[in-house]
Design a protein around this ligand. Structure first.
Ligand SMILES: [Zn+2]
Length: 180
């Protein structure tokens, strides 16, 4: 959890301590009024449609080989739609022509809130260094996963009358069975 990274008050550098604030225990400063509220961070996610297919990309730092939606954080001076278009441009060099909100999804495991868009995009795909590879998948062949952006994908498929068949995520290394 992100709270584990907080040890000192960012205002006065006093070590933080746990105390109740707003009805639950929080990390707070005993010397000033700073409270680390630890509110979820919004994350933008784009189900990008390109040439009738959905673009899924593999992050260069991922070892599990999954292909996922285009995601990124918002900048302080932009709307969610502007942020989504910027992330798409930065990561794939594509232009967002049309954008529709799919929905908003919890991702408590990372203390994030996912704002998911269906993005119709055009241009020529040129991946940034952050992305190692991409795939273009026909909408009816998408297999969503049971977490954050996977639920957004499933909702978008259902809205188009496509049957939804979930796929199980590979287990994390610590719980992986030897023969998986
Ligand atoms: Zn303080």
């Amino acid at each position: 959890m992100s709270a584990a990274a907080w040890r000192f008050c960012p205002r006065c550098a006093t070590p933080l301590a746990s105390r109740e604030a707003g009805g639950r225990p929080r990390l707070a400063c005993p010397a000033c009024d700073f409270v680390h509220w630890d509110n979820p961070l919004p994350v933008l996610a784009g189900l990008v449609e390109y040439d009738g297919r959905i673009l899924l990309a593999r992050n260069a730092q991922w070892t599990h080989g999954l292909y996922a939606l285009i995601t990124g954080f918002m900048e302080a001076d932009e709307t969610p739609e502007q942020g989504m278009a910027r992330e798409l441009k930065e990561e794939t060099d594509l232009d967002a022509d049309r954008m529709t909100l799919i929905g908003v999804y919890e991702f408590m495991r990372k203390n994030e809130l996912i704002i998911a868009y269906h993005v119709e995009a055009s241009g020529t795909i040129k991946l940034s260094e952050e992305l190692a590879d991409f795939r273009l998948v026909a909408p009816e062949r998408l297999r969503p996963w049971r977490a954050g952006t996977g639920y957004a994908m499933a909702d978008w498929m259902r809205a188009r009358g496509l049957p939804v068949e979930f796929v199980d995520l590979p287990s994390r290394p610590t719980t992986e069975s030897p023969n998986s």
